[in-house]
Design a protein around this ligand. Structure first.
Ligand SMILES: CCCCCCCCCCCCC[C@H](O)CC(=O)SCCNC(=O)CCNC(=O)[C@H](O)C(C)(C)COP(=O)(O)OP(=O)(O)OC[C@H]1O[C@@H](n2cnc3c(N)ncnc32)[C@H](O)[C@@H]1OP(=O)(O)O
Ligand SMILES: NC(=O)c1ccc[n+]([C@@H]2O[C@H](COP(=O)([O-])OP(=O)(O)OC[C@H]3O[C@@H](n4cnc5c(N)ncnc54)[C@H](O)[C@@H]3O)[C@@H](O)[C@H]2O)c1
Length: 309
């Protein structure tokens, strides 16, 4: 009986009876996260299709992957530079790029979305993909803040839809949050857990609740840092130093916000405020709005809270 209840909870359906072993992956969005996930998936022997809106963006994604792989092999193949170069070429061969989602998803066991943090845009994408992808294909979103069930509701494969939340920078960060909704089948959930392990990551199981585990705890901290600065209670430099030296965090909150991308942070804040308008924690920050309006999105555009190069 307990087993049966479990299957009902996970929305067990006849179309999802088998466990999908994920070999071929399509990643939609070749930005910071998509490129990082593509790198790790290709490095662990998966065949990866990376999709974005233009060839220029995709060229940049491949350059990012190449640069990051060079950093990896410098360590991993310190005494064998030739083997390191061979590894890079082998990994790059596992990645193909496309601007056409329809052809990219053919043959894919997993479609993982890492595009802009906007519910409507994600829903539109998945609704289109649902008609194009093979029946067995699992869909997953790397969203930082949106409910997975709101995204999956745009499709007819609720049992084959979950969340895979990676951390930035993906090649370095060991955690993946695996999110199951009330309709994610146990088979899908297990396939996603297993995939995370094959990537060399440590997965944790999460409910589809706001912020999952990490961001539920992390967002209030980042918010409070910006407010402290806006009140003039500390310079951003001092706040960053304090959190690095006082608590041992590798980056202070302003360095980290620039690293994540201020547009992504603003998308998250705006979305949470819409869901919970009276919560003062989600009140807008003038400074953040100004920086984003000026295109100062952080490290990726050369300026955010700080200037880069
Ligand atoms: C008003 C309110 C405003 C605020 C609102 C807040 C809203 C909340 C927003 C939430 C955002 C969503 C977040 C998201 O969902 C979840 C996240 O991803 S959170 C981010 C998590 N990441 C971190 O916390 C990163 C912390 N930093 C680090 O761990 C390290 O600094 C670093 C990035 C690993 C870099 O290390 P450093 O020592 O600082 O610098 P080095 O450059 O020397 O690197 C060390 C070592 O790592 C190798 N390396 C670094 N990056 C890469 C890479 N991309 N690829 C390959 N290798 C890399 C580098 O080569 C070094 O190797 P070594 O030389 O030591 O051998
Ligand atoms: N930045 C972080 O630290 C971080 C960490 C974990 C999760 N996330 C989440 O990952 C997702 C991506 O974030 P990012 O930082 O990589 O963003 P990013 O801005 O670096 O990249 C997004 C990419 O998606 C592309 N894109 C947008 N719409 C598209 C579409 N319809 N089809 C194909 N490509 C499209 C853009 O051209 C861009 O290259 C977001 O949901 C974000 O919340 C971000």
């Amino acid at each position: 009986m307990a087993f049966f209840a479990h299957q009902i909870r996970r929305g067990f359906s006849s179309s999802a009876v088998r466990n999908v072993v994920i070999k071929q992956v399509t990643i939609i969005g070749g930005g910071q996260m998509g490129a990082g996930i593509a790198q790790v998936a290709a490095s662990t022997g998966h065949s990866v299709n990376l999709v974005d809106t233009s060839d220029d963006i995709l060229k940049k994604s491949i350059k990012t992957i190449e640069g990051s792989l060079k950093r990896v092999v410098k360590k991993k193949f310190a005494d064998k530079p030739e083997a390191g170069e061979e590894f890079i070429q082998k990994v790059l061969k596992n990645v193909s790029t496309s601007t056409d989602v329809g052809s990219a998803v053919q043959g894919s066991d997993l479609v993982l979305e890492a595009i802009v943090e906007n519910l409507k845009i994600k829903q539109d994408l998945f609704s289109r993909l649902d008609k194009l992808a093979p029946a067995h294909t699992i869909f997953a979103s790397n969203t930082s803040s949106l409910p997975i069930s709101d995204i999956s509701s745009a499709t007819n494969r609720l049992d084959r839809f979950g969340g895979l939340h990676f951390f930035n920078p993906v090649p370095m960060m060991k955690l993946v949050e695996v999110i199951g909704t009330s309709t994610t089948s146990q088979e899908t959930f297990d396939s996603l857990l297993n995939f995370s392990k094959v990537l060399g990551k440590t997965p944790v199981s999460c409910k589809d609740t706001p912020g999952f585990i990490v961001n539920r705890l992390f967002v209030p901290y980042l918010y409070e840092a910006v407010r402290l600065y806006e009140r003039g209670h500390g310079s951003k430099e001092d706040i960053d130093i304090a959190m690095k030296l006082g608590v041992g965090y590798p980056m202070g909150p302003f360095e980290l916000s620039d690293y994540i991308g201020l547009d992504t942070i603003k998308f998250i804040m705006d979305g949470w405020r819409e869901m919970d308008p009276d919560n003062t924690l989600f009140a807008p920050s003038e400074l953040m709005d100004k920086l984003v309006a000026e295109g100062k999105l952080g490290k990726k555009t050369g300026e955010g809270f700080y200037k880069y190069k």
